[in-house]
Design a protein around this ligand. Structure first.
Ligand SMILES: O=P(O)(O)OC[C@H]1O[C@H](OP(=O)(O)OP(=O)(O)O)[C@H](O)[C@@H]1O
Ligand SMILES: O=c1cc[nH]c(=O)[nH]1
Ligand SMILES: [Mg+2]
Length: 217
Protein backbone atom coordinates (compact mmCIF):
# COMPACT_ATOMS: atom_id res chain seq x y z
CA UNK A 1 0.00 0.00 0.00
CA UNK A 2 1.32 3.42 -0.95
CA UNK A 3 0.54 5.87 1.88
CA UNK A 4 0.10 9.61 1.27
CA UNK A 5 -0.20 11.44 4.61
CA UNK A 6 -1.37 14.93 3.72
CA UNK A 7 -0.65 16.53 7.11
CA UNK A 8 3.05 15.77 6.65
CA UNK A 9 2.99 19.12 4.90
CA UNK A 10 1.34 22.22 6.37
CA UNK A 11 -1.58 23.65 4.42
CA UNK A 12 -5.05 25.10 4.92
CA UNK A 13 -6.17 21.47 5.41
CA UNK A 14 -4.90 21.79 9.02
CA UNK A 15 -7.66 24.30 9.73
CA UNK A 16 -10.42 21.98 8.49
CA UNK A 17 -8.97 19.10 10.53
CA UNK A 18 -8.66 21.19 13.69
CA UNK A 19 -12.28 22.34 13.38
CA UNK A 20 -13.69 18.81 13.08
CA UNK A 21 -11.63 17.74 16.11
CA UNK A 22 -12.50 20.76 18.27
CA UNK A 23 -15.09 19.69 20.87
CA UNK A 24 -16.86 23.07 20.66
CA UNK A 25 -16.71 23.82 16.93
CA UNK A 26 -17.66 20.24 15.92
CA UNK A 27 -21.07 20.69 17.65
CA UNK A 28 -22.14 22.87 14.72
CA UNK A 29 -23.25 19.98 12.49
CA UNK A 30 -23.56 22.11 9.35
CA UNK A 31 -19.95 23.26 9.78
CA UNK A 32 -18.84 19.71 10.61
CA UNK A 33 -20.39 18.31 7.42
CA UNK A 34 -18.99 21.13 5.31
CA UNK A 35 -15.51 20.66 6.78
CA UNK A 36 -15.59 16.94 5.98
CA UNK A 37 -16.75 17.89 2.49
CA UNK A 38 -13.87 20.37 2.14
CA UNK A 39 -11.41 17.69 3.26
CA UNK A 40 -12.95 15.44 0.57
CA UNK A 41 -12.24 18.16 -1.99
CA UNK A 42 -8.60 18.37 -0.85
CA UNK A 43 -8.15 14.57 -0.85
CA UNK A 44 -9.72 14.39 -4.32
CA UNK A 45 -7.44 17.15 -5.64
CA UNK A 46 -4.33 15.42 -4.26
CA UNK A 47 -5.19 12.02 -5.69
CA UNK A 48 -6.05 13.58 -9.07
CA UNK A 49 -2.29 14.17 -9.51
CA UNK A 50 -1.93 10.38 -9.66
CA UNK A 51 -4.43 9.69 -12.48
CA UNK A 52 -3.63 9.07 -16.17
CA UNK A 53 -3.71 12.16 -18.38
CA UNK A 54 -4.11 12.57 -22.13
CA UNK A 55 -3.96 15.55 -24.47
CA UNK A 56 -7.33 17.13 -25.29
CA UNK A 57 -7.70 20.07 -27.64
CA UNK A 58 -9.92 22.86 -26.25
CA UNK A 59 -11.44 25.54 -28.44
CA UNK A 60 -11.46 28.98 -26.79
CA UNK A 61 -13.24 32.04 -28.27
CA UNK A 62 -9.81 33.16 -29.58
CA UNK A 63 -8.06 29.98 -30.59
CA UNK A 64 -7.13 26.47 -29.55
CA UNK A 65 -5.21 25.09 -26.57
CA UNK A 66 -4.17 21.57 -25.69
CA UNK A 67 -4.94 20.65 -22.10
CA UNK A 68 -4.10 17.42 -20.27
CA UNK A 69 -7.25 15.82 -18.90
CA UNK A 70 -7.50 12.56 -16.97
CA UNK A 71 -9.17 9.68 -18.77
CA UNK A 72 -9.83 7.31 -15.84
CA UNK A 73 -13.36 5.97 -15.34
CA UNK A 74 -13.84 6.88 -11.69
CA UNK A 75 -16.21 5.12 -9.29
CA UNK A 76 -16.71 6.66 -5.82
CA UNK A 77 -17.74 4.16 -3.16
CA UNK A 78 -18.64 5.32 0.31
CA UNK A 79 -19.74 3.67 3.52
CA UNK A 80 -23.01 4.83 5.07
CA UNK A 81 -23.62 6.94 6.85
CA UNK A 82 -20.63 9.02 7.96
CA UNK A 83 -19.21 8.69 4.44
CA UNK A 84 -21.90 10.89 2.88
CA UNK A 85 -20.33 14.37 3.37
CA UNK A 86 -16.93 13.00 2.30
CA UNK A 87 -18.58 11.49 -0.78
CA UNK A 88 -20.16 14.83 -1.65
CA UNK A 89 -16.79 16.58 -1.29
CA UNK A 90 -15.02 14.21 -3.69
CA UNK A 91 -17.98 14.32 -6.09
CA UNK A 92 -17.72 18.14 -6.15
CA UNK A 93 -14.50 17.65 -8.15
CA UNK A 94 -15.17 14.37 -9.96
CA UNK A 95 -18.27 15.59 -11.81
CA UNK A 96 -18.78 12.53 -14.00
CA UNK A 97 -17.92 9.78 -11.51
CA UNK A 98 -20.17 6.78 -11.04
CA UNK A 99 -21.25 6.13 -7.45
CA UNK A 100 -21.62 3.21 -5.08
CA UNK A 101 -23.13 3.23 -1.58
CA UNK A 102 -22.68 0.43 0.91
CA UNK A 103 -23.76 0.20 4.53
CA UNK A 104 -21.64 -1.45 7.20
CA UNK A 105 -22.31 -1.69 10.91
CA UNK A 106 -20.87 -3.58 13.85
CA UNK A 107 -23.09 -6.39 15.18
CA UNK A 108 -22.55 -7.54 18.77
CA UNK A 109 -24.07 -11.06 19.10
CA UNK A 110 -26.00 -11.73 22.37
CA UNK A 111 -24.07 -14.95 22.96
CA UNK A 112 -20.91 -12.94 23.69
CA UNK A 113 -19.22 -14.05 20.46
CA UNK A 114 -16.85 -11.61 18.74
CA UNK A 115 -18.54 -8.62 17.06
CA UNK A 116 -18.68 -8.70 13.28
CA UNK A 117 -19.30 -6.18 10.53
CA UNK A 118 -22.61 -6.63 8.70
CA UNK A 119 -22.94 -5.27 5.17
CA UNK A 120 -26.60 -4.67 4.38
CA UNK A 121 -27.40 -1.94 1.83
CA UNK A 122 -25.51 -2.39 -1.42
CA UNK A 123 -25.91 -0.30 -4.59
CA UNK A 124 -22.92 -0.29 -6.93
CA UNK A 125 -22.09 -0.16 -10.66
CA UNK A 126 -19.51 -2.41 -12.35
CA UNK A 127 -15.98 -1.58 -11.19
CA UNK A 128 -14.29 -3.72 -13.86
CA UNK A 129 -11.15 -1.96 -15.09
CA UNK A 130 -12.20 1.30 -13.44
CA UNK A 131 -10.52 3.58 -10.89
CA UNK A 132 -12.13 2.77 -7.55
CA UNK A 133 -12.13 5.43 -4.83
CA UNK A 134 -13.14 3.93 -1.46
CA UNK A 135 -14.17 6.69 0.96
CA UNK A 136 -14.55 6.57 4.73
CA UNK A 137 -13.89 9.49 7.11
CA UNK A 138 -12.68 7.24 9.95
CA UNK A 139 -10.30 4.29 9.64
CA UNK A 140 -10.33 2.99 13.22
CA UNK A 141 -9.91 -0.80 13.47
CA UNK A 142 -10.14 -0.99 9.65
CA UNK A 143 -12.83 -3.70 9.73
CA UNK A 144 -15.54 -1.62 8.01
CA UNK A 145 -13.27 -0.70 5.13
CA UNK A 146 -12.09 -4.28 4.58
CA UNK A 147 -15.68 -5.64 4.74
CA UNK A 148 -16.83 -3.08 2.19
CA UNK A 149 -13.91 -3.88 -0.09
CA UNK A 150 -14.79 -7.59 0.14
CA UNK A 151 -18.42 -6.74 -0.73
CA UNK A 152 -17.64 -4.56 -3.76
CA UNK A 153 -15.16 -7.05 -5.26
CA UNK A 154 -18.06 -8.94 -6.84
CA UNK A 155 -18.62 -5.94 -9.15
CA UNK A 156 -15.34 -6.63 -10.99
CA UNK A 157 -11.60 -6.05 -10.78
CA UNK A 158 -10.66 -2.36 -10.70
CA UNK A 159 -7.64 -1.11 -12.64
CA UNK A 160 -6.57 0.89 -9.59
CA UNK A 161 -7.75 1.52 -6.05
CA UNK A 162 -7.49 4.67 -3.95
CA UNK A 163 -8.66 4.69 -0.32
CA UNK A 164 -9.56 8.17 0.98
CA UNK A 165 -9.70 8.73 4.73
CA UNK A 166 -9.95 11.81 6.96
CA UNK A 167 -8.49 10.38 10.21
CA UNK A 168 -6.81 6.97 10.47
CA UNK A 169 -5.32 5.15 13.44
CA UNK A 170 -1.88 3.61 13.01
CA UNK A 171 -3.40 0.25 14.00
CA UNK A 172 -6.12 0.55 11.34
CA UNK A 173 -3.56 1.27 8.63
CA UNK A 174 -1.51 -1.78 9.72
CA UNK A 175 -4.69 -3.91 9.64
CA UNK A 176 -5.80 -2.94 6.11
CA UNK A 177 -2.33 -2.84 4.52
CA UNK A 178 -2.18 -6.46 3.40
CA UNK A 179 -5.94 -6.79 2.68
CA UNK A 180 -5.66 -4.66 -0.47
CA UNK A 181 -3.53 -5.13 -3.62
CA UNK A 182 0.02 -3.82 -3.12
CA UNK A 183 -0.38 -0.91 -5.54
CA UNK A 184 -3.40 0.51 -3.64
CA UNK A 185 -3.00 4.17 -2.65
CA UNK A 186 -4.12 5.40 0.78
CA UNK A 187 -4.77 9.16 0.88
CA UNK A 188 -5.13 10.11 4.54
CA UNK A 189 -5.45 13.63 5.92
CA UNK A 190 -4.44 12.88 9.55
CA UNK A 191 -2.95 9.88 11.37
CA UNK A 192 -3.48 9.36 15.13
CA UNK A 193 -1.51 7.07 17.43
CA UNK A 194 -4.18 5.28 19.42
CA UNK A 195 -7.46 3.38 19.51
CA UNK A 196 -9.39 3.05 22.78
CA UNK A 197 -11.00 -0.18 23.98
CA UNK A 198 -14.28 0.77 22.25
CA UNK A 199 -12.52 1.07 18.90
CA UNK A 200 -12.53 4.89 18.84
CA UNK A 201 -9.56 6.79 17.49
CA UNK A 202 -7.74 8.82 20.18
CA UNK A 203 -7.56 11.81 20.10
CA UNK A 204 -9.65 11.50 16.91
CA UNK A 205 -12.88 13.48 16.90
CA UNK A 206 -15.54 11.21 18.43
CA UNK A 207 -18.29 9.63 16.32
CA UNK A 208 -18.23 11.09 12.82
CA UNK A 209 -21.69 9.75 11.89
CA UNK A 210 -23.32 11.22 15.00
CA UNK A 211 -21.58 14.57 14.56
CA UNK A 212 -22.75 14.80 10.96
CA UNK A 213 -26.29 13.43 11.36
CA UNK A 214 -27.19 13.14 15.06
CA UNK A 215 -27.21 10.27 17.53
CA UNK A 216 -28.84 6.91 16.83
CA UNK A 217 -31.21 5.16 19.25
O1 LIG B 1 -12.50 1.09 11.20
P1 LIG B 1 -13.72 0.67 11.98
O2 LIG B 1 -13.39 0.24 13.37
O3 LIG B 1 -14.53 -0.34 11.26
O4 LIG B 1 -14.59 1.99 12.22
C1 LIG B 1 -14.79 2.92 11.23
C2 LIG B 1 -16.24 3.05 10.90
O5 LIG B 1 -16.89 3.73 11.97
C3 LIG B 1 -17.65 4.79 11.44
O6 LIG B 1 -18.91 4.38 11.10
P2 LIG B 1 -19.99 3.92 12.20
O7 LIG B 1 -19.88 2.44 12.41
O8 LIG B 1 -19.84 4.77 13.43
O9 LIG B 1 -21.37 4.17 11.48
P3 LIG B 1 -22.14 5.53 11.19
O10 LIG B 1 -21.50 6.10 9.97
O11 LIG B 1 -23.54 5.13 10.97
O12 LIG B 1 -21.99 6.42 12.40
C4 LIG B 1 -16.84 5.21 10.25
O13 LIG B 1 -17.51 5.98 9.31
C5 LIG B 1 -16.35 3.92 9.69
O14 LIG B 1 -17.22 3.35 8.73
O1 LIG C 1 -13.16 7.15 16.30
C1 LIG C 1 -14.05 6.63 15.61
C2 LIG C 1 -14.07 5.27 15.30
C3 LIG C 1 -15.06 4.79 14.52
N1 LIG C 1 -16.02 5.62 14.09
C4 LIG C 1 -16.01 6.94 14.38
O2 LIG C 1 -16.90 7.69 13.95
N2 LIG C 1 -15.03 7.41 15.16
MG1 LIG D 1 -20.87 6.20 13.96
Amino acid sequence: MIIHHLQEENSILNKFISEIRDVKIQKDSLRFRRNIERIGEVLGYELSKNLSYKNVSIETPLGEKTEQLFDNDVVLCSILRAGLPLHQGVLNYFDDAENAFISAYRHHPNNGAKSEIVVEYFAAPSIENKTLLLLDPMLATGQSLVSVFEAIKKQGTPAEIHVLVVIASKEGIEFIKDKFPENTHLWVAAIDDQLNNKGYIVPGLGDAGDLAFGTKL
